[in-house]
Design a protein around this ligand. Structure first.
Ligand code: NAD
Ligand code: UGA
Length: 380
């Protein structure tokens, strides 16, 4: 019998939002044997016994265990992070440890063991825009060169050290610089991915139901809609984001894995520049979709309120005002372009939360639903 040669992939952070979607997609193909590492597994429980998948419940601070997995693999995909903004100014040392110190060890292992590395960075490394910094000081604030971000050209602009919001972005930026330097010296075959606000099923958690703290904006607004709370706009919701459907994003990531030559030593934006909106617009879009998707329940007037960032996130928070990606490199090298518009991207995301978190009449934020792990654990 002919032996099938499968590429050995290790996914560090396989149990998270992106990791769970990527795992599902990669297991649909017969080409890969996958070893996944995470401290959490509820989002991938359906795949734990899959014959081409091995799950290791390991913390990345266990260097010896991580090394064994890296030794086994052909390609390393690095997703582990603390990536909820509420934590950047609250637990900055943990944020720097998980987003810089641990992945630095991983980069060094990949160099030493000659492994291909696909590393997840962030569009947050751009920080604020020149336009945002200059206020009214720019002659033509709408000129594209002030806000369209280019992977290999745009400056990275962050606030002062006391604004600890930037702990995540600074950690991710320094790691990119290390990876780039190794690549430049000819020591490392890498691809850096800068995602822009992916949205979809299994993103984060609902506070008090299956997690604690402040999740990213999708889950914050879904909590408000499902549990009759006001949707809170931080500092009025004027910040802008480009929301990207997770399925479009996974198409792009799969292309990176499949095309090592085209993606070697490149940095890519994966985001949808056509899906830009303010957070205030997002709130009203989600209210509209929620009503559309739940026609059979009685809808009250959903409340939208503005809250100062200091009250919402605490001291040390600053925001990225705007980030619109140039994605021409992904188009030319990977033949990738996101296809899902903003409304459709958000519809899929809102629908998935309604399905996961069920009927607010039957579930309560006061107690964890006993069926919750089973619901969250199954992949849709
Ligand atoms: P996520 O929080 O859903 O996933 C991160 C995973 O890392 C979680 O499953 C968590 O359990 C795991 N993890 C955390 N600490 C760990 C530790 N010490 N040991 C082992 N596992 C640990 O995040 P995500 O949205 O899937 O993001 C994945 C990557 O992409 C991150 O590097 C993030 O910075 C980057 N990113 C994501 C987005 C986005 O839109 N989702 C945007 C920009 C960047
Ligand atoms: C996120 C996170 O830093 C990372 O997951 C990721 O690296 C990065 O996006 C990225 O895509 O590169 P951010 O977009 O600020 O950063 O995260 P959200 O928490 O989703 O916030 C988006 C905007 O909504 C911010 O302006 C925030 O202040 C606002 N917000 C959030 C509200 O107005 N209300 C809320 O209830 C929650």
């Amino acid at each position: 019998m002919m032996e099938i040669h499968r590429e050995k992939l290790c996914l560090l952070g396989v149990g998270g939002f992106i990791g769970s979607h990527l795992l599902k997609r990669l297991l649909d193909s017969d080409r890969y044997e996958i070893c996944g590492l995470d401290v959490a597994s509820s989002k991938i429980s359906k795949y734990i016994d899959h014959p081409r998948f091995t799950f290791k419940r390991i913390n990345v601070d266990n260097t010896d265990a991580v090394r064994k997995i890296v030794e086994w693999s052909d390609t390393v995909v690095s997703l582990v992070a603390i990536c909820n903004p509420a934590e950047y100014n609250q637990i900055p040392l943990d944020v720097i440890d998980i987003n810089f110190v641990r992945p630095l060890e991983l980069v060094e292992m990949c160099v030493e063991l000659d492994k291909r590395l696909i590393h997840f960075s962030t569009s947050e490394i751009y920080g604020k825009t020149i336009q945002g910094m200059a206020g009214d000081g720019l002659k033509d604030p709408e000129a594209e060169e002030h806000y369209i971000l280019k992977e290999d050209e745009s400056p990275l602009i962050m606030g002062p050290i006391s604004a600890q919001r930037w702990s995540y972005a600074a950690a991710k930026q320094l790691l990119e610089r290390v990876i780039y330097a190794h690549g430049h010296a000819g020591n490392l075959d890498y691809t850096i991915i800068r995602p822009l606000n992916f949205v979809g099923a299994r993103m984060d958690y609902i506070p008090g139901v299956d997690g604690d703290g402040v999740p990213r904006v999708l889950a914050c607004f879904m909590e408000a809609l499902l549990f009759d709370k006001p949707l809170q706009l931080v500092d009025g919701g004027a910040a802008r984001r480009c929301f990207t459907a997770i399925d479009d994003a996974i198409d792009a990531i799969e292309k990176v894995i499949e095309r090592p030559d085209a993606s070697r030593n490149q940095i890519f934006h994966f985001g949808n520049p056509d899906n830009e909106c303010t957070i205030e617009e997002l709130a009203y879009l989600m209210i509209d979709l929620y009503k559309e998707l739940r026609p059979h329940i009685e809808h009250k007037e959903y409340e939208v309120v503005s809250v100062p960032s200091e009250n919402f996130y605490g001291e040390g928070y600053e925001d990225c005002d705007r980030r619109v990606p140039d994605i021409s490199k992904a188009k030319s090298l990977l033949d990738w372009y996101p296809e899902t518009n903003l409304r459709d991207s958000m519809r899929v995301a809102v629908q998935s939360f309604i399905e996961y978190y069920g009927d607010k009449d039957q579930r309560s934020l006061n107690g964890v639903d006993p069926t919750r792990e089973a619901v969250n654990g199954s992949l849709v």
